[in-house]
Design a protein around this ligand. Structure first.
Ligand SMILES: Nc1ncnc2c1ncn2[C@@H]1O[C@H](COP(=O)(O)OP(=O)(O)O)[C@@H](O)[C@H]1O
Ligand SMILES: [Mg+2]
Length: 223
């Protein structure tokens, strides 16, 4: 797959011949310098951008053939995303932040069932006693665990995480990543994790390096 933008009527090659296959429950980490194309790759995997050539197939769906409406549905039902800056809704409790994601993915579910599932998802990330806290009353690590519960509540086939520990200290970041990998393996979710931290990348099943828009599989990483 290739991704090229026209900038000032010149082609800017952002991703070149990128090939990546991730199996259910498999965790893949991508490392690489700033500006190498890591976030661009996630945007393509999320169907937020379209490749210039080639295919992006997620859970059997070729995203390049979907309309914008179909892509929106795909993102609600098939994808989980975790961001560096947690992007929680500040006026909503932890419970309501997570419940809202499930409500959007599964509008047919009864409100009570949605809230019960959200409480369970928060308990699974160790926040069973923080259900009614707003994000501002939570630590960074706790906020990111809410973000993780929100991303995983609708049982996505693919979880995308773009430097999810970038705002956390090393120890907290490692704990969030452990939780993420553990949840993903239990729910059989494939994970693509972008990280700057080689020690975190080393916990993935496979590690890739992005360099100037080219993705190569790294040998075993020694952290
Ligand atoms: N919409 C855009 N317009 C112009 N350049 C872009 C755009 N999106 C990404 N780029 C360029 O593509 C390259 C890769 O960016 P990005 O994927 O954000 O890298 P990374 O996440 O590895 O830091 C950078 O040189 C960036 O400036
Ligand atoms: Mg980036």
């Amino acid at each position: 797959m290739n991704y090229t933008l026209q900038i000032a009527s010149r082609p800017l090659h952002i991703l070149r011949d990128v090939a990546l296959r991730v199996e259910p429950a498999e965790v893949v980490a991508i490392v690489g310098p700033s500006g190498s194309g890591k976030t661009s790759l996630l945007m393509l995997l999320a169907g937020l951008e379209r490749p210039t050539s080639g295919q992006v197939v997620v859970a059997g769906q070729d995203l390049t053939r979907l309309s914008e409406d179909e892509l929106a549905l795909f993102r609600r039902q098939t994808l989980g995303i975790v961001f560096q800056s947690f992007h929680l809704i500040p006026s909503l409790s932890a419970l309501d932040n997570v419940a809202l994601a499930l409500e959007i993915a599964s509008p047919g579910l009864k409100a009570q069932a949605t809230r019960a599932a959200a409480a369970e998802a928060l308990a699974a990330v160790g926040l069973g006693d923080r259900l009614h806290h707003r994000p501002s009353a939570l630590s960074g690590g706790e906020q990111q665990r809410v973000g993780l519960a929100r991303a995983m509540i609708a049982k996505p086939r693919l979880l995308l995480a773009d430097e999810p520990t970038g705002n956390l200290d090393q120890k907290t970041g490692a704990m969030v990543i452990e939780l993420m990998f553990d949840l993903a393996r239990r729910q059989r979710t494939a994970v693509v994790l972008i990280t700057h931290d080689p020690a975190l990348a080393a916990r993935a099943d496979r590690v890739f390096t992005m360099t100037l828009g080219e993705l190569t599989e790294a040998g075993p990483v020694h952290a």
